[in-house]
Design a protein around this ligand. Structure first.
Ligand code: C5P
Length: 409
């Protein structure tokens, strides 16, 4: 994940938009980043340091001097610690100090000490934002290498309408992600990924399922997001999770539910990856009450579930790319090749079960990726690395497909 373990300094200034910093911190934390908040003394009137220290899981820093006599917050060390500094909201007052070398509080002193990239998200009333002095400061700060995350147009706290609202936290996060991961071939694209196991209920408490963990699917979803896509994960029963809150998760239980949700989304997608371990059959009868223990043996009658990958591929449009998975125990390669054709998939990823560390619950996998023109064998590696390789193959397949289309025109 692009922001995992990244060290983020968030500077909060005294404006009403300071309330949005709570959400911004939350989003960074959800992505696995380490967040240190520095507040100007004025900003504490708008949002409580306790709120921001709770969300960032670190004491918020406000003054040079710590509460304990003789101890101080080392602005130089803080400036060097960060991978990125974001001043949000940035008021006209603080921007003025940043542009003019005035280090009269901890936040500005850290700013002048920071060697990392600095982003600033102005928030102020519309007339302040277009005042020639403020405009000059913003332009000057950009000219010396700071990055502007521009204010948005909308209702302002003054009751006026215009440009001056702080950029939404989601937009700020995306800007920072783009900065760290500039290679974004999936920007503007939509990706659907089915993942996890389905549960096929016999009665309200019992079901047939399998041991799929969802790890491979989440790794594919996270990497698609890193490459710029909007990702929709249709999540069955899983024992893993993603901390990336930008991935839309649609939770389902049964194969029929997974089919329904996938069908709703499929036509809007550019890519569909069928990674779920869908039960092939479901009990014909689902008892409304818990089944009683009576006879020595019980026979279950099972009926076939729809094959989601196969059914949806029938509606596949020219630009869409579909990818399936195949876990085979006999004549693996041959069966996987046939499955790709039978299910009208562009690509199929064959899970090798020869290596014991390549099954459901492991963090590693060993696969062969089968496209119409190639069979690429990937050695045992982490599911995250396999996900990166699979996306690389999908993108080069897409390139090949579009160049063939151009040649035939
Ligand atoms: O036929 P088999 O279950 O081996 O096929 C595996 C592939 O088909 C996987 O991509 C899986 O997600 C998909 N599949 C499906 N719906 C089913 C069964 C499998 O989408 N009912």
């Amino acid at each position: 994940m692009s922001l995992k373990f990244k060290k983020i300094l968030i500077g909060v200034c005294g404006g009403i938009a300071a309330y949005k910093s709570a959400h911004l911190i939350r989003l960074f934390k959800k992505q696995g980043a380490e967040v240190q908040v520095i507040m100007t003394p004025e900003s504490t009137a708008f949002i409580s340091p306790l709120t921001l220290s709770t969300l960032s899981e670190k004491p918020v820093l406000i003054h040079f001097q710590k509460k304990t006599e003789g101890e101080w917050n080392n602005h130089v060390a803080l400036g060097l610690w960060a991978d990125v500094m974001i001043i949000a909201p940035a008021t006209a007052h603080t921007l003025g100090k940043m542009a003019n070398g005035i280090a009269d509080n901890l936040l500005t002193a850290v700013y002048f000490s920071a060697r990392c990239p600095v982003f600033f998200a102005p928030a102020m009333d519309l007339d302040m934002l277009i005042h020639p002095s403020v405009k000059r400061n913003i332009e000057y700060l950009q000219s010396i290498g700071n990055y502007l995350i521009d204010a948005e147009v909308g209702e302002l706290a003054s009751g006026l309408y215009g440009k001056g609202r702080m950029a939404e936290p989601e937009h700020i996060i995306q800007t920072i992600e783009k900065f760290f991961c500039p290679y974004r071939p999936l920007e503007g694209k939509k990706v659907m990924i089915t993942l996890g196991a389905t549960r096929e209920y016999l009665d309200p408490v019992r079901y047939i399922t399998n041991a799929s963990s969802g790890k491979m699917g989440f790794a594919l979803a996270e990497h698609a997001h890193n490459l710029g896509a909007e990702v929709f994960a249709i999540v069955g029963s899983v024992s893993s999770q993603t901390s990336n809150s930008q991935i839309h998760q649609i939770h389902v239980k049964t194969a029929l539910e997974m089919f329904e949700k996938s069908r709703e989304l499929f036509s809007l997608m550019d890519y569909a990856i069928f990674c779920a371990a869908v039960a092939d059959y479901r009990p014909k009868t689902v008892h409304s009450q818990k089944m009683k223990k009576s006879s020595e043996t019980v026979t279950l009658e099972l009926i076939k579930n729809p094959d989601i990958a196969q059914e949806l591929s029938k509606f596949k449009k020219e630009h869409q790319i579909t990818v399936g998975f195949a876990l085979e125990t006999e004549q693996a390669l041959e069966n996987a090749r046939l499955k790709r054709i039978r299910k009208h998939l562009d690509i199929i990823v064959m899970n090798s079960i020869e290596n014991p560390q390549s099954t459901f619950e492991y963090d590693t996998n060993q696969v062969v990726v089968i496209t119409p023109t190639q069979e690429i064998s990937l050695p045992l590696k982490s599911k995250k690395e396999i996900a990166q390789d699979i996306w690389k193959i999908i993108l080069s397949f897409e390139k090949e497909k579009s160049s063939q289309r151009h040649e035939s025109l």
